[in-house]
Write a protein that binds this ligand. Structure first.
Ligand code: MG
Length: 247
């Protein structure tokens, strides 16, 4: 786990605020008829105009500035002119912004127009999973408490937790140790240190937990074709508690 200086924390807060602003902007763009490539172009411009840069663009060759994952796509959807949002879809948007070398990373699942009560509940429970998780996050405790709380809340609601994709430490790099699974035992994982930043990101499936990778080598979809939701924030842990930097 990476300990940050006071100066670094200032930059992490700014990176987090830019990430939050980009997601709030994204929400205003989502409506039936819009392609995920249009969303990508507009959000990219927004990030650059706000003084940051989109960290996903070019990351291990990723072609977009956002990940745009519709319905049964869990994460890492490549923005495309061929993917047009329809009434009743849900779309997960994941955004990363780098500011003066420091990273913010956050995701939300948004409704497109009017959605079914089942999809609305999936979105809400996925968000609740994040908050259940961070309620267990504190300096000196095992990180596994967070993972465990997320899993318990998802499964209590009849959902399943993706195993292959996890949260992570964040700071000067978007992905730093430790891995933060959304499942596991309370006694697992490292002890949380103070002044560290983590990206906590439940990925919750309405149906079964199994996933597969699309032929584009990025998009991850549920094997049973049922919808999936994602809710992520970058958080700062100090002795005073947890500060959500991207909300
Ligand atoms: Mg992340």
């Amino acid at each position: 786990m990476n300990q940050l200086t006071a100066g670094e924390i200032v930059l992490m807060r700014k990176a987090g605020a830019l990430t939050r602003d980009a997601l709030n902007y994204a929400q205003t763009l989502i409506k039936p008829g819009v392609s995920t490539l249009e969303l990508d172009n507009l959000i990219k411009k927004f990030i650059i105009n706000s003084g940051g840069s989109p960290s996903f663009l070019g990351y291990e060759g990723f072609p977009g500035s956002i990940c745009a994952s519709v319905n049964e796509m869990v994460v890492h959807g490549i923005p495309s002119s061929k993917i047009i949002l329809k009434e009743g879809d849900i779309i997960s948007i994941d955004v990363g912004v780098v500011y003066k070398g420091y990273n913010g990373d956050a995701a939300r699942t948004f409704p497109v127009g009017k959605i079914s009560p089942e999809k609305a509940k999936l979105i809400e429970v996925t968000k609740q999973c994040f908050f259940e998780g961070i309620a267990q996050l504190s300096v000196g405790q095992r990180l596994g408490r967070v993972s465990h709380a997320i899993q318990v809340h998802a499964e209590k609601n009849g959902y399943s937790v993706v195993r292959e994709l996890v949260g992570h430490g964040i700071g000067k790099k978007m992905h730093l140790p430790p891995n933060i699974p959304n499942y596991g035992k309370e006694t697992d994982g490292p002890i949380v240190i103070e002044n560290t930043c983590l990206a906590i990101e439940p990925m919750i499936n309405m149906g079964r937990k199994e996933i597969f990778l699309l032929d584009d080598d990025w998009g991850v979809v549920t094997r049973d074709g049922k919808p999936s939701a994602h809710y992520e924030n970058t958080v700062l842990v100090t002795k005073q508690g947890v500060e959500i930097l991207t909300l």
